[in-house]
Design a protein around this ligand. Structure first.
Ligand SMILES: *Cc1c(COP(=O)(O)O)cnc(C)c1O
Length: 314
């Protein structure tokens, strides 16, 4: 007779997790103990939306904008959770405060969740809210931030907006992952995907900007409307730098004087090489440095800060 393996009562993953705190299913947990059902459609179908905000020197940056985008995304996907904006805010604050992290990457997620009897009708599912705070991390490594990133323009198209609304932050990332493998093959650090017209769109978790003759340009459609992207518009407006959202062709990107990418995970990150060839002088451009400096200065502006109250600072 065949012997069955014993069922383990509890599975704890002892792999190397970063420190951090999760809120899910009504409780706060160390991140390594947080588990999700394999029957959650967020996992099975990538049926989920999320947002990422960062905490810098003990305060959230532009939290309100991230919350508004998250709530819009949930609405666009017919999702609802039993928490309003104020309650979500409190949960995010609690995750960061409990983690003790002064610089943190804070992600909050709504998954389609699970449905009774594994019903395939998305309306039957109970949506699940998860939030976590881990150490601040960047799309780019320290070395890449210092010398500039090398990006590859792949021939991979971002999932068309007619299929999935790119302004809803989502986990449909197989195009991005395919792009990353193509980029590594080309000796680059990361990938840029194209829109259905062959213009540049965005990359894995970041928006792209090109500067030509003092004009700052970024794609106007087919991309996630990044909060960092919006912050760049604000900086340009406040400091009289010309800035415009419009189509950018591959040739225009290659011929740019400066290129940078933006994300909550990393801020303003310089690009000095595209497809193996230097952009401008091949070093980090002056306007990129200037905008990046202002971006980090803005983190001290009380209008953009929500201060975290940590247990040990009472
Ligand atoms: C999150 C993300 C960005 C950057 O948005 P921010 O709000 O600036 O962090 C850009 N593109 C995609 C696809 C993203 O998921």
């Amino acid at each position: 007779m065949r012997t069955l393996p014993n069922l383990s009562s509890r599975h704890i993953d002892h792999r190397n997790y970063p420190p951090g705190i999760v809120y899910m299913d009504g409780q706060y947990l160390p991140i390594r103990e947080a588990k999700i059902s394999v029957l959650d459609y967020g996992f099975l179908h990538s049926d989920a939306t999320y947002d990422v905000v960062h905490v810098w020197k003990g305060a959230f940056f532009r939290l309100e904008s991230h919350l508004d985008r998250f709530l819009r995304s949930m609405e666009g996907l017919h999702m609802s959770i039993p928490y309003n904006k104020r309650q979500i805010t409190e949960i995010l604050h609690n995750c960061v405060a409990l983690s003790g992290l002064r610089n943190s990457y804070v992600e909050f997620i709504c998954t389609r969740g699970t449905s009774a009897d594994f019903s395939r009708d998305p309306r039957d599912a109970e949506n699940r809210f998860i939030a976590f705070a881990i150490p601040f991390g960047s799309v780019a490594t320290g070395d890449q931030l210092e010398h500039g990133l090398h990006i590859a323009i792949t021939d991979i198209l971002r999932i068309p907006p007619a299929s999935i609304d790119p302004t809803i932050k989502n986990y449909h990332w197989l195009d991005m992952v395919k792009g990353l493998y193509a980029a590594y093959e080309m000796g680059a650090d990361t990938a840029l995907l194209l829109d259905t017209n062959g213009n540049v769109a965005e990359g894995p978790g970041f928006n792209i900007f090109a500067i030509k003759n003092g004009m700052v340009l970024t794609p106007d459609s087919g991309v996630l409307l990044g909060i960092t992207r919006q912050t760049i518009f604000d900086i340009c407006q406040q400091t009289d730098i010309n800035c415009r959202a419009q189509n950018i062709s591959i040739n225009e990107l290659n011929a740019a004087d400066e290129v940078f990418i933006t994300s909550t995970a990393g801020g303003v990150m310089p690009v000095t090489k595209v497809d193996g060839l230097p952009i401008g002088s091949g070093t980090i451009g002056p306007l990129t440095k200037h905008i990046s400096a202002i971006y980090w200065q803005m983190h001290n502006d009380p209008r953009h800060r929500d201060v975290v109250i940590y247990p040990d600072s009472a």
